[in-house]
Design a protein. Structure first.
Length: 415
């Protein structure tokens, strides 16, 4: 099918999704989850073909992001079932006003309609997006990167079978067949077909959508995430948090890319960083890119002019020393993408100042930035992390995928 044919099919399925009751949507979600498990072998086979084709053209870290395993598919299915357990966001009365003339005015949550997503090489995004859109009463049109297309198609085929078993149209979840730039441009300019476009990927993809789309765009952000280790930090706590934020999965947007260290504790803490992130990780050491002060304390590469403005998505960490929490806050203001930042400190006043002054979607005190995730925030799963301020910010779950309209009840009133 052409992209236009897919959009036409999605538009025709809008009403069925918008009017589906909670029980029907939940039944469909559970059938979709079951179908993923049933089709695990086929999905893994297609994923193996994607991995083979991508090998050599993307990094090992990105290959891991593309890779599916049986436990990862089980996790995808569990995420769909978690969405089924969440309250239905559609039809909620958000506000009621009774006017002196007798009119009752209600603000009621309603589906977006058709949600399109352009994303790169993360197959699990396919099931997360489909599940959230469905529970929010919307159709979902997915356009993934070419590296993940076979995997995504196998996932969509399974979910479509689950939809039909529950009595909903399979056109509620579709994958664009064309992986060229032309199909992305079609979605960006599909006025009258796409009610909301969500780009999820690197800075280039997101900027292209924001700059060129003529449909509404909910901007997700790249993650230049910071860990600031304050002079009053518990250093053992700090090194554990930093290791998790950088190394648990460096290819994701909530991984730490920059560590700021207060100068008073740098001579003690930086050797701990070198030991934990470099010396103790013989198979996959972190490459440290250090400012001049830090380079005088531990080995590493000199930090370049762009290293504090780069989302590495790899085992690379830029480190800078600062003289105060205020200097750390100023650095974050100048270099952050507004995603997630953390302060490690035992000083409650410093922590409060940091939380109030740092203008990011998620601000942590003594915890890893890796928690910026829909599942970890209790949203089931997520459509992405919004770094804008209008409509949605941070992990986007069900409520962020609805809009509202006004319902006015009268008894013959005229104006």
């Amino acid at each position: 099918m052409t992209t236009l044919e897919i959009l036409l099919a999605a538009k025709s399925a809008k009403r069925a999704l918008a009017t589906a009751d909670t029980e029907t949507k939940n039944r469909a979600l559970c059938r979709m989850a079951d179908a993923l498990i049933e089709d695990s072998a086929a999905i893994l086979s297609e994923n193996a073909a994607d991995l083979e084709q991508a090998r050599g053209s993307i990094t090992e870290v990105m290959l891991d992001r593309l890779r599916l395993t049986k436990p990862r598919i089980e996790g995808m299915a569990a995420g769909i079932r978690d969405v089924a357990k969440l309250p239905d966001p559609v039809g909620k009365v958000l506000r009621t006003v009774r006017r002196p003339n007798g009119l009752t005015i209600e603000r009621v949550s309603v589906p977006m309609g058709v949600i399109a997503m352009i994303y790169e090489s993360r197959p699990n995004v396919t099931s997360d997006a489909a599940a959230l859109a469905l529970k929010a009463g919307s159709c979902c049109v997915l356009r993934c990167g070419k590296e993940a297309h076979r995997s995504a198609l196998a996932i969509v085929n399974a979910m479509q079978r689950g939809l039909e078993q529950a009595g909903l149209p399979k056109q509620a979840v579709q994958l664009v067949e064309d992986t060229s730039r032309a199909s992305a441009n079609e979605l960006m300019t599909a006025r009258g077909f796409v009610d909301l476009l969500i780009p999820r990927g690197g800075a280039g993809l997101i900027r292209a959508c924001v700059d060129n789309a003529t449909v509404p765009v909910l901007e997700t952000g790249t993650g230049i995430c910071h860990i600031y280790v304050d002079k009053d930090a518990d250093l053992e706590k700090a090194i554990n948090i930093l290791e998790n934020a950088k190394c648990s999965r460096p290819s994701v947007c909530n991984a730490a890319e920059v560590c700021l260290v207060h100068r008073e504790i740098a001579k003690v803490f930086l050797p701990m960083v070198y030991d934990r992130l470099v010396r103790s990780r013989a198979e996959c050491p972190v490459e440290l890119r250090l400012d001049e002060n830090c380079a005088a304390i531990i080995p590493g590469m000199p930090a370049g002019t762009q290293d504090f403005d780069t989302e590495f998505l790899d085992y690379i960490l830029a480190i800078r020393s600062v003289d105060s929490a205020d200097e750390a806050i100023s650095h974050i203001a100048a270099h952050s993408t507004g995603h997630s930042e953390a302060i490690i400190t035992e000083n409650a006043k410093t922590a409060e100042t940091f939380v109030q002054a740092v203008d990011s979607a998620a601000v942590y005190v003594n915890a890893s930035t890796r928690f910026t995730d829909g599942g970890e925030f209790g949203l089931g799963c997520e459509m992405g992390i919004s770094t804008q301020k209008l409509h949605a910010r941070g992990p986007m779950g069900l409520e962020e995928l609805t809009t509202y309209h006004y319902v006015i009840h009268g008894d013959g009133q005229t104006r």
